[in-house]
Each structure stands twice: as C-alpha cells, then as structure tokens.
Write a protein of this length. Structure first.
Length: 211
C-alpha cells in the first residue's frame, strides 16, 4: 500500500472517531430538576420517614420542649446535649438520625433565646486540642479566658425510632407504622425530665427505596 493511501485511511478513521465522540446523548426522556417543599410530600414518596415527617417531628418536639418548665423555665438555664449518639434506629428503614436531631437542635437553640445552653459533645476532641494549645503557651487565651474544664451538661437527648410493616400479597400494598420517641435524661440521677412521641402510618402500592 502506498504511503499516501495509508495516510488517507488514518485521517478518515480519525475523523469518524471524532464525529462519534461529538454526538450528544439524548436525555429527552429524563426529568428536569425541580425544588420541592421539604414540609410536603414530594413526587417520590413511600411509606417510610421522609422530609415532611422530619420537619413535623422536629417542630413538634421543639414546641413541647420549650413548654417544659424544667428545660425552658429554670432560673438558671440548664446545659443540654442534643445529638444522635443515644438515638437508636430500630426501624425497618435506613435513615440518617442527624437529619432529625440536627434540625431539632438548630430550631431549639434559635427559639430558646438563652433559656437553654447547648453543649457540643461531638466536638469535645476539637475543644480539648485548643485547650491544650492555650495552656502550653502556643496560642494566647483568646477573649473569653480559661475555664477549669469543658462544660458539663445537665440533660442529654436519648430516643428510639421504631416501625412495623404489613404487606398485602394480593395487590402489593405496603402499610407501615412509624414511631419516633425522644427523651431528655438527667445526667446525674437518670430521671426522664421530658419525653414526647411522633407517630404516623402510611400505605402505598409502589414503595420507594430509602438510602
């Protein structure tokens, strides 16, 4: 084969590959992204805990905690720990427990307006590192000075997420009862100073997969 013919073949193959790479993928069958109200059922809905249930649960718990005189009416604002460390998911659904607890803590801290003091136990290691740097003289004492120890807490959140499900084998309808229970525990006596529960039941023929 003559050199000029080889060159022509290579050029032709390169051009063909280039054209195939430039072809666009047809996404006409897809759906455009839309924002949905987190407090209302979305287009993809199932029988499990969803955004509207998280919003309703955290709002209900927050209002009830603010109405509790032990938590929100004490002369000296109590120190509380609100995280998911002692919230157990015993339900059939995979769920990030922080979705509920973080929303509860943020909303409660805003609404409490100093009636409760919130202690972060999740970030204790970060705080301890900074305390050691200050006491070793690597950094100054900042503007608030030094404390004898990290803040202790009076109360801490505990809870449980449960569910029970039934399935109609005839038409494939799934029905699930979900229950979220929270408690505030006195960290000296173990007494439950507050508790509340959020529950609901849903049914659907085409359930969704929660991840």
């Amino acid at each position: 084969m003559m050199p000029s013919v080889k060159i022509s073949i290579v050029v032709g193959m390169t051009a063909a590959l280039g054209l195939s790479a430039c072809q666009s993928v047809d996404n006409a069958a897809g759906r455009a992204t839309v924002y949905e109200d987190v407090g209302a059922p979305g287009r993809v809905s199932g029988v499990g805990i969803e955004s509207q249930d998280i919003v309703a649960t955290s709002d209900k718990m927050m209002r009830d905690m603010l109405a509790n005189p032990t938590l929100a009416g004490a002369a000296t604002p109590p120190r509380v720990i609100l995280d998911a460390a002692y919230v157990n998911n015993e339900s059939m659904q995979r769920i990030n427990k922080n979705l509920i607890v973080d929303r509860l803590r943020v909303g409660l801290q805003r609404a409490a307006a100093g009636r409760m003091i919130f202690v972060s136990r999740e970030n204790a290691e970060m705080v301890e590192t900074e305390r050691e740097l200050k006491r070793a003289g690597y950094v100054d004492t900042a503007t608030s000075g030094l404390t004898r120890a990290q803040a202790g807490a009076d109360y801490r959140l505990a809870g449980r997420i449960n569910s029970q499900q039934g399935l109609d084998r005839g038409d494939g309808t799934a029905s699930r009862y979900s229950q979220v229970t929270f408690e505030m525990i006195d960290l000296e006596s173990g007494v439950i100073v507050w508790t509340d529960m959020y529950e609901f039941k849903k049914s659907a023929q085409d359930d969704v997969v929660y991840r």
